[in-house]
Design a protein around this ligand. Structure first.
Ligand SMILES: CC(C)(COP(=O)(O)OP(=O)(O)OC[C@H]1O[C@@H](n2cnc3c(N)ncnc32)[C@H](O)[C@@H]1OP(=O)(O)O)[C@@H](O)C(=O)NCCC(=O)NCCS
Length: 178
């Protein structure tokens, strides 16, 4: 069982997001997360999935980051799940939380750069590939920009919705099978 919570930039939990990102996303391509300038994340929304099982309480098992690009456009980055706990729904829960958070802030477009290996994963949530394959210095594997349009939620409804139904910062618990 796990719960999704907000993570504060610079906290001990934040340091654990760097370690997780390094293990899951960068070590496999012989790169280091610690070579990336992450100072911009001070202004971004960071969420993490934490194990609630008493034996391994508070273990960070997945993360995702959301940033505002202006003009009601938001951008998803660094969605990753502990290698041994993938394919159990944690990544989907994180995607749903990130989308909900963006919608609640008035997002009409959600974008992301997907590695070629994860295009199918993002397509499940309605993201559509836009443009050509490109490479990043820090991650020299093929990427594609993907985008999802979100119907605008009327402001009155947004302001009266209670908490986050997917559990980010809330009390709802997600389950995964071990
Ligand atoms: C991509 C990732 C975040 C998905 O997280 P996850 O917890 O494994 O995802 P889920 O269990 O919620 O998967 C939901 C569905 O997508 C499928 N799926 C998961 N990863 C997939 C992938 N890479 N390609 C295609 N389908 C995938 C799952 O099989 C599952 O299908 P099902 O519902 O039919 O069983 C995770 O695998 C990961 O961290 N990968 C490595 C890091 C990475 O490359 N991140 C993206 C950077 S752009």
């Amino acid at each position: 069982m796990y719960v999704v919570k907000y993570i504060k930039y610079g906290s001990e939990e934040y340091d654990r997001t760097l370690k997780l990102r390094n293990e899951v996303m960068y070590k496999p391509i012989s790169k280091s997360m610690y070579d990336i300038d992450v100072s911009c994340e001070a202004d971004q929304i960071i969420i993490g999935a934490f194990e609630t099982n008493t034996m391994v309480r508070d273990l960070l098992i997945g993360i995702g980051i959301l940033s505002y690009k202006g003009d009601n456009k938001w951008f998803v980055e660094y969605v990753c799940v502990d290698t041994v706990l993938q394919k159990k729904g944690v990544g989907s829960a994180l995607m749903q939380c990130l989308e909900k958070i963006a919608r609640d802030r008035g997002a009409t477009v959600l974008g992301l750069d997907s590695r070629l290996a994860t295009i199918d994963f993002y397509q499940r949530f309605g993201f559509v590939q836009k443009g050509e394959i490109f490479y990043k210095d820090i991650a020299p594997v093929g990427h594609v920009y993907m985008e999802k349009e979100l119907p605008a939620i009327p402001k009155e409804i947004r302001e009266h919705s209670h908490g986050c139904s997917c559990g980010c910062g809330g009390d709802h618990h997600h389950h995964h099978e071990h």
